[in-house]
Design a protein around this ligand. Structure first.
Ligand code: HEM
Length: 464
């Protein structure tokens, strides 16, 4: 069924576009798309059964799809197939409905508004550190997931999800894992009572219980907490109608999912990269010592935490939490002279573009300093797009960057994280890119430095 074919597709002026199969896609999409780009260049035709998609790998073509021709597409099949989870939330809704919800939500993410979230982010990170002891071993990915979930809950919904964090986190994680099976997601209808579908149902019900509780508590109190939930509750249509509980549920579940796992994974990858790059780690510590001394960071420190910012930027380049994006064409048109017909898919992969030697020297190396001297301004706009672009660009990008930098600074000021030997850290390209088995680290209070370095300059891992 997944046989690879190599016939020309669609009949075009050159042999560039090939008919292909998604066969290997599900096993290792990162390798698969990297291979396609290596073999076919900037544009390639792929096909599963009757479903055709065009894989594009040049920043200008990506800009064409996400920005110039954004109206010619809807979201791709995987997100659409997950609508029973996200409903009509911001990530999955389309058209006028999406635009209205986006306009409603956007103020909650304005710079001035999110500035008030900074203190909460640092406070929750410090609270986590209160439970950390030097010498302990922990899965830092799990710690980051829990922390970012609490932060989203508190900042956007003024809800203390401390007691729910583990349950919600686990359910969200399972949903992402099940969603990672692209073939199943696309081809097995969600209403079929397969074991995976039944599990999705159970996990969604679990999350909904908590979300509806938050909504009901807020409706009952009538309190205006000035947060996103209050804005959504207060929003009225022209006819005076307000959002139903179901609409609120869709937005809430979307933001919990889109807003916590992505930032948590970014931080987990950052810890992993720093632990293997002691020079970068030392530079970060030096900056934190100068800028912060012995106090916790605040939002006013962000402009001075330049290297910390570069560390996050570089981490998002190498391990973009959103590793690929997809769209579906809603009208016939052309890309680079190739016909795109209604219903055809378009795929692009940050994972591949961000590692392209045309845009980056030593593309697989972790070098935060590459971002000095405004590299971003010198690159084509879509050579770096961890938050997508165009009208559907991530609404939480400023929130995420601020959160990641503040958490990085709060933790790295106090601890260095050393990798535990023999623990495999492997990327899993599900809907997001996360470490499949987590990232096991040994905590080392910074006063107790300096760590053992191996002869090749890499930080030695500690025995588990
Ligand atoms: C490092 C962290 C993050 C990354 C890498 C990331 C990445 C992305 C990307 C690539 C998109 C566009 C998807 C597409 O075009 O198909 C997106 C959309 C979105 N993100 Fe993020 N995101 C992050 C953090 C957040 C946070 C913290 C929030 C909210 C608190 C958030 C909420 C959303 C929402 C609601 C959308 C849909 C926007 C729309 O279509 O109007 N994200 N994100």
């Amino acid at each position: 069924m997944w046989r690879a074919t190599r016939k020309k597709f669609p009949p075009g002026p050159t042999e560039v576009l090939k008919r292909w199969s998604f066969g290997p896609f599900n096993n290792n999409p990162l390798e698969y798309f990297t291979g396609i780009a290596r073999e076919y260049g900037d544009i390639a035709g792929l096909r599963i059964l009757n479903f055709k998609t065009i894989f594009i790998n040049h920043p200008d073509l990506i800009e064409e799809v996400l920005v110039m021709n954004a109206r010619k597409y809807t979201k791709g099949r995987v997100l659409r197939a997950n609508r029973h989870v996200f409903g009509e939330g911001l990530l999955t809704s389309e058209g006028d409905f999406w635009l209205r919800q986006r306009r409603l939500s956007q103020p909650a993410f304005h710079r001035a508004r999110i500035a008030s979230y900074a203190a909460t982010m640092v406070e929750y990170a410090q609270r986590m550190l209160d439970g950390w002891r030097s010498g302990e071993k922990r899965d830092v990915h799990r710690e980051m997931l829990r922390l970012t979930l609490q932060i989203v809950g508190k900042t956007l919904f003024d809800a203390d999800v401390e007691r729910d964090a583990q349950g919600v986190g686990k359910s969200l994680e399972l949903l992402l894992e099940i969603g990672a099976n692209f073939r199943r997601t696309i081809f097995v209808p969600h209403w079929l009572p397969t074991p995976a579908n039944l599990q999705v149902k159970r996990e969604v019900a679990q999350i909904e219980k908590i979300i509806y509780r938050i909504i009901h508590e807020r409706r009952a109190s009538g309190r205006d907490a000035g947060d996103l939930l209050s804005m959504l509750l207060a929003a009225q249509d022209e006819d005076g109608s307000r959002m139903t509980d179901k609409q609120l549920r869709d937005e809430t579940i979307t933001l919990f999912l889109a807003g916590h796992e992505t930032t948590a994974s970014t931080l987990s990858w950052t810890w992993w990269l720093l632990a293997q790059n002691p020079i970068a780690e030392a530079k970060l510590h030096a900056e934190l010592d100068v800028v912060l001394g012995d106090r916790a960071p605040t939002i006013d420190d962000l402009p001075k935490l330049v290297y910390a910012g570069h560390v996050i930027t570089e981490s998002l380049r190498l391990y973009p939490a959103a590793w690929g994006l997809a769209r579906l064409a809603v009208e016939d048109h052309e890309i680079a002279g190739y016909p795109v017909t209604k219903g055809m898919g378009i795929t692009m992969a940050q994972w591949v573009v961000h590692r392209d030697p045309r845009w980056y020297d030593a593309p697989t190396e972790f070098r935060p300093e590459r971002w000095e001297n405004d590299l971003l301004k010198r690159l084509p706009r879509f050579a770096y797009f961890p938050f997508g672009g165009g009208p559907r660009q991530c609404v939480g990008n400023t929130f995420a960057l601020m959160e990641a930098t503040l958490i990085l600074a709060t933790i790295a000021r106090k601890f260095r994280l050393r990798l535990v030997a023999d623990h495999p850290v492997v990327p899993l390209a599900s809907i997001t890119l996360r470490p499949r088995h987590g990232v096991r680290v040994k905590l080392e209070a910074r006063e107790e430095k300096e760590a053992v370095s191996s002869p090749n300059g890499r930080q030695a891992a500690v025995a588990d």
